[in-house]
Ligand binder design. Structure first.
Ligand SMILES: [Ca+2]
Length: 217
């Protein structure tokens, strides 16, 4: 009887542990040295020349402060990534997510701002949106942002189709623009217990049922 109760309790603990959420992104804070044409550690450059910047070093150039709108402090802090676009030109960066559960829904969240770049004829001041891709296919985009000083929290969801999938970010249209992104996270939206957990949970429920039966007898 006591042993059965222990099995039931252990199974319930296993189920609640499976619900613990943890971001699957490496260096989602996009922390690294200021860099023109580079991406932070943990990330790969997929198209064009993304930059690592902050409010004092636009487009990843030291002491470059020609913004279209002065950035407010990033909600995530530190450095972030800048993505440009123009007719026939795009910049994209990403990383491979591993440990995904097939069929599981995941939420991708990030902060974005449109501070632009305004220097001579190099004007990237248009509005644009962050486009999110899984294995090179768009799963949607954040709200379109006009030039301004604020950061906006944005998110999208997708269902995993493989244990490892590449996530990447670029601008949604070819309008000449330069947007910033920071604080990227990927978390299970509504965790589904894994097969092993289902089995344990079933065992726990059987044990509870068995205890009830014994008590009734
Ligand atoms: Ca950051």
């Amino acid at each position: 009887m006591n042993a059965l109760r222990h099995v039931a309790i252990a199974a319930l603990f296993a189920v609640s542990a499976a619900h613990g959420a943890q971001t699957l992104v490496v260096n989602g804070s996009l922390t690294d040295s200021i860099e023109n044409n580079g991406v932070p550690s943990g990330w790969i450059n997929l198209e064009g020349t993304p930059d690592v910047l902050d409010a004092l070093n636009n487009v990843g150039l030291a002491n470059e402060q020609h913004f279209g709108a002065a950035p407010s402090a990033s909600p995530d802090g530190g450095t972030w990534v800048g993505l440009g676009s123009d007719a026939g030109y795009t910049e994209r960066f990403g990383q491979v997510l591993s440990g995904l559960t097939v069929g599981q829904q995941y939420t991708v969240s990030w902060s974005a701002g449109n501070f632009g770049y305004n220097f001579g004829t190099n004007n990237y001041l248009g509005q644009n949106a962050i486009d999110v891709m899984i294995d090179g296919q768009s799963i949607g985009k954040g709200a379109t942002l006009a030039l301004g000083s604020n950061w906006f929290n944005q998110s999208l969801t997708f269902a995993a189709t493989s244990a490892s999938q590449q996530i990447s970010f670029k601008l949604a249209t070819s309008t000449k623009a330069y947007l910033s992104i920071d604080g990227i996270a990927v978390n299970a939206t509504a965790p589904v217990p894994e097969p092993g957990t289902w089995a344990l949970m079933g065992l726990g429920l059987c044990a509870v049922g068995f205890m009830r039966k014994r008590r009734q007898a």
